[in-house]
Design a protein around this ligand. Structure first.
Ligand code: ATP
Length: 465
């Protein structure tokens, strides 16, 4: 009992110590949670500040990258202008429902939103091939955006340069869409004519111009007039005038004129027959369609004359013959398509190698393009590609061809101008000369191609473009 009493007496101090310890522990826990909370808030602040800093740095880097790309593009443009490189644009076709023959096909072509010249093709097993061209249009690019890139070339045709713009790519990749377009959404051909007339209007106080168009189709190495009702067969000949230039006897030329401040297509004549042949003919994807525009200018002050040419070409599909599995007539057809495309490739190769002999005569196509595709002229190629995995082989072939074309140097462009004042000497003026002035032009050059023998048919276009 005494022992118990003794222990009970010792209890309060122990309890007091325990109470104190407990209070101290509680306060420590509270302090720790306050400290922990504050540490977390602090850490969060630091992390967000660091993230802000990083995103600022990223923005800064992206901005620098964009500036670098733009600067590189500018210098590249200047170099292209100096060397007269063929400009190569690539347009990626959007994936349409009708193209998805197999379910869930993946897209293997990607563009870079920060670099308008880059394109990448995924070739399987994570390997990708990067291409650098003059300009790459993503699948959502509009007809207007594509034309804006081409516009300076079209303008230079009024200044007296010979220009060739052609669309290349496998069947169904969008060549006709880009060149021809639709009535609601016209392509390069119609936009080019519209642009020519608006430029001509701006210069009407200083220059007068005559614009003529002709159009041919090359199918199975046979040349047909797309503006004649029955698609008359034509031949390419050397002009009998002794200039050594080409001419196509019987080719129908239509003079296009403005009508009460609006420029129109005369549906029954030019527009109708051209579109019928170009878009509805049985073999449009296996034939090459050419729209050839000639712009003759006269300087009202000096009497100087310029001859500009604009050849707009919608090539046949570039599929490889051995892949088409064709036999008989179709094989002959495929070989002929291939022949002119191969001939085009050979011409490109020879131009690239700066060879003395350029084999223009190996096909009707290259023969006809001779005076706009060769040295001193301006050329652009729009290479059309599909983004789908099933077409990756053809896409790679087209892009590799595009890379080769990029390297072709046609030399500084020469302006075809005949000085006024009674002189009949044709002279050529390089691109660095002012566009509308003919003064100081002492650079005498060989005679220019003479104008086609046939008289142009006068035409007022009657459907708004
Ligand atoms: N950028 C685009 N936007 C929308 N539709 C397009 C585009 N490009 C092509 N198409 C559509 O894809 C289809 C095939 O295009 P198109 O006829 O122009 O190909 P192509 O390369 O000319 O073929 P072919 O070699 O057979 O002549 C058409 O229905 C066309 O309207």
């Amino acid at each position: 009992m005494a022992d118990l009493q003794k222990r009970l007496t010792a209890l309060p101090p122990t309890l007091r110590t325990m109470k104190t310890d407990y209070a101290s522990l509680r306060s420590q826990v509270r302090n720790f949670s306050d400290f922990y909370g504050a540490a977390i808030t602090d850490a969060k602040k630091q992390i967000s500040a660091a993230m802000r800093e990083m995103s600022e740095a990223n923005k800064d880097l992206l901005e620098k990258y964009r500036k670098e790309v733009a600067l590189r593009r500018k210098y590249h443009e200047q170099l292209v202008e100096l060397k007269g490189n063929i400009r190569v644009l690539c347009r990626v076709k959007p994936v349409l429902k009708e193209d998805q023959h197999e379910e869930g096909q993946s897209v293997v072509v990607t563009t870079d939103p920060n670099n308008e010249s880059a394109l990448s093709v995924l070739k399987g097993q994570g390997r990708s091939h990067n291409f650098e061209l003059d300009r790459v249009f993503h699948p959502q690019a509009t007809q207007e955006e594509v034309f804006q890139e081409i516009e300076p070339l079209v303008t230079s045709c009024i200044d007296g340069y010979h220009v060739c713009i052609f669309a290349y790519g496998q069947t169904g990749s969008g060549k006709t869409y880009t060149m021809e377009g639709s009535t609601e959404n016209p392509g390069i051909n119609q936009r080019a004519l519209k642009h020519l007339f608006s430029e001509i209007e701006d210069r009407k106080d200083m220059w007068i111009y005559t614009v003529t168009v002709s159009s041919v189709e090359i199918y199975n190495e046979v040349l047909r007039d797309l503006l004649s009702k029955d698609g008359e067969k034509l031949d390419i000949k050397i002009n009998p005038d002794g200039t050594g230039q080409l001419h196509v006897p019987g080719l129908r030329l239509i003079e296009v004129k403005k009508s009460s401040n609006h420029y129109f297509w005369k549906t029954w004549e030019f527009g109708e027959s051209y579109r019928n042949f170009a878009t509805m003919n049985q073999h449009s994807s296996r034939s090459h369609a050419l729209l050839m525009i000639t712009v003759l200018g006269t300087d009202l002050a000096s009497g100087a004359k310029t001859t500009g040419k604009l050849n707009l070409v919608d090539l046949a599909g570039s599929e490889r013959v051995w892949k088409s599995g064709a036999e008989g007539e179709r094989l002959k057809e495929a070989q002929n398509i291939n022949r002119s495309l191969l001939a085009l490739g050979d011409v490109i190769q020879a131009l690239r190698g700066k060879e003395k002999h350029i084999p223009f005569r190996n096909s009707r196509l290259t023969y006809l393009l001779q005076d706009s595709l060769g040295k001193g002229n301006k050329t652009a190629m729009v290479v059309q590609v599909s983004a789908l995995e099933s077409n990756v082989g053809e896409t790679m072939c087209s892009l590799k061809f595009a890379e080769r074309v990029c390297k072709v140097e046609l030399g500084p462009a020469a302006r075809k101008i005949q000085r006024g004042g009674g002189s009949h000497q044709w002279t050529q003026q390089t691109h660095s000369q002012p566009n509308t002035s003919t003064s100081n032009n002492n650079n005498k050059q060989p005679p220019l191609p003479s104008q086609p023998v046939s008289q142009p048919i006068s035409l007022s276009i009657s459907q708004s473009v």
